[in-house]
Write a new protein. Structure first.
Length: 201
């Protein structure tokens, strides 16, 4: 038993490092740029949706990039989270899957969809249609477009790493988008997504 313990421990570390998600959704920690915002800093330390978080996310006067950063700061968990439902209950009084998405604005849809995928990054296909609706209502926001691209990249990464890069690059290289995400945050996303570019050669 003494002989096998170090081996088992070593293998556990290896498999944990893989399963703990080196992926577009879990590895693009752009919230780090926004920690000067007390709400985002608190979200990072708490990791769950508070009533104050929900109000901030639902406030139309708060920039869409700050809302995305707050959700990014709330983080993910391999066993799942429930922040989308907490948010929905605080703001709408019902579970998120009972909401009428047609009545929601583009930023509201981005918030909901991003929360959904951060709650369960193993099922990006659930969140993707929500972000697609957001893009139908605002196709020029870089922030909304890049969150959509990360979710779509998460979906295709099991099939084609090169496609992960292409999905993201199509957004990042689009000069027609409104630059509503700070350059430092864009750089964090870019530096991670660059890993997938090598698979296109």
């Amino acid at each position: 038993m003494k002989f096998f313990f170090p081996v088992i421990t070593f293998l556990s570390i290896i498999f944990c490092s893989v399963s703990f998600a080196d992926s577009p959704i879990t590895s693009t920690t752009f919230y780090e740029v926004y920690l000067y915002n007390s709400m985002i800093d608190e979200a990072k330390h708490c990791g769950y949706m508070s009533k104050e978080n929900a109000k901030y996310l639902n406030n139309d006067s708060n920039p869409v990039e700050m809302k995305a950063a707050l959700i990014n700061a709330l983080g993910w968990d391999e066993s799942g989270k429930n922040n989308a439902n907490l948010y929905s209950k605080y703001i709408y009084g019902k579970n998120w899957d009972e909401l009428d998405l047609e009545q929601m604005s583009a930023p509201q849809l981005m918030v909901l969809g991003y929360l959904v995928v951060m709650d369960d990054y193993f099922k990006p296909e659930v969140a993707l249609p929500i972000l697609e609706k957001a893009l139908q209502k605002d196709k020029y926001s870089y922030t909304i477009n890049v969150i959509h691209s990360l979710i779509k990249a998460q979906l295709v990464m099991n099939e084609d790493f090169c496609e992960v890069w292409k999905v993201y690059y199509n957004v990042n290289s689009n000069k027609n988008l409104l630059p509503d995400l700070t350059p430092q945050a864009k750089e964090i996303i870019y530096n991670y997504m660059l890993v997938y570019k090598s698979y296109c050669q």
